[in-house]
Design a protein around this ligand. Structure first.
Ligand SMILES: [Zn+2]
Length: 265
């Protein structure tokens, strides 16, 4: 009898405390970029792809642009000690690995905490002869209740640019909703047209008249909203957003060839 009670107690200790620990782990905040972002798939052994079947993004040159960096933190949440620049870089790191697995040649405007001008980011993409350009950002608002995902494209861009931005947006929002089903879809927005972006001023890094590759900018959520900021700081949510974007690239590549929409100047 005594022994049975001991076993019961032991079972309680072994299994009983696990949910509490798991809950604590889930709610943990990572203020810094989590480790392992340069090799997100290091622990996964994937089968070699069939050499006769081309990968979905074979030959595509994709430039990822993690916004801000160095002395420019981007948007911040001082309550949670979070900075936009770190979240942008972490998601870009995950996305890079996923796109490479799909056959893409992925370039990053920055791979560390360094400062770059807007023109340097565009010029880098043009110098790489990129087929697509994606800038990653996190939003902020005075209203701390605001949350959700929005994507920007130049209002003067051709339809391929707009389709590219819309497809990436749709898949990113869909993935985010698998994690938090209420995540607002804040829609595709048109830089140079959609208020309230500085009364119609264009977002420099995705300007149709300055960058050659179809360019989009995703605002992955609001750092000013504590609940969303906590999700954005978690590597599992960062990976999920990257997965959504990667799926968007695959869908876009079903509709268009890599050269489509690239401006020759
Ligand atoms: Zn930003």
């Amino acid at each position: 009898m005594k022994q049975a009670a001991l076993v019961c107690l032991l079972l309680l200790v072994v299994f009983g405390v696990q949910p509490a620990n798991a809950a604590a782990w889930r709610s943990r905040v990572w203020p810094e970029t989590p480790e392992g972002i340069t090799k997100p798939h290091a622990d996964v052994t994937e089968p070699d792809p069939d050499p006769d079947v081309p990968l979905a993004l074979q030959g595509w040159i994709i430039v990822l642009d993690p916004g801000h960096g160095g002395s420019d933190p981007g948007a911040v949440n001082s309550r949670l000690d979070l900075q936009e620049k770190n979240i942008n870089l972490a998601v870009a790191g995950f996305l890079k690995g996923m796109l490479q697995d799909l056959g893409a040649n992925v370039k990053m405007t920055r791979t560390a905490d360094e400062e770059l001008s807007i023109a340097e980011r565009r010029n880098y993409s043009n110098a790489q002869n990129a087929h697509r350009f994606l800038s990653l950002h996190v939003n902020s608002a005075g209203n701390t209740a605001a949350w959700g995902i929005e994507t920007w494209v130049d209002t003067d861009a051709n339809q391929i640019w707009k389709d590219y931005a819309q497809t990436l947006h749709n898949y990113t929002v869909a993935k985010a909703k698998t994690y938090e089903s209420d995540t607002p879809d804040r829609k595709l927005r048109y830089s140079g047209f959609t208020p309230p972006w500085d009364g119609g001023k264009k977002i420099g890094v995705i300007r149709y008249d300055s960058i050659n590759a179809p360019a989009a900018l995703i605002e992955m959520g609001f750092i000013s909203n504590d609940a969303e900021a906590n999700r954005l700081a978690r590597s599992d949510y960062q990976k999920l957003l990257a997965e959504g974007m990667a799926e968007g690239f695959v869908e876009h590549a079903k509709q268009y060839k890599k050269e489509d929409g690239v401006i020759k100047r």
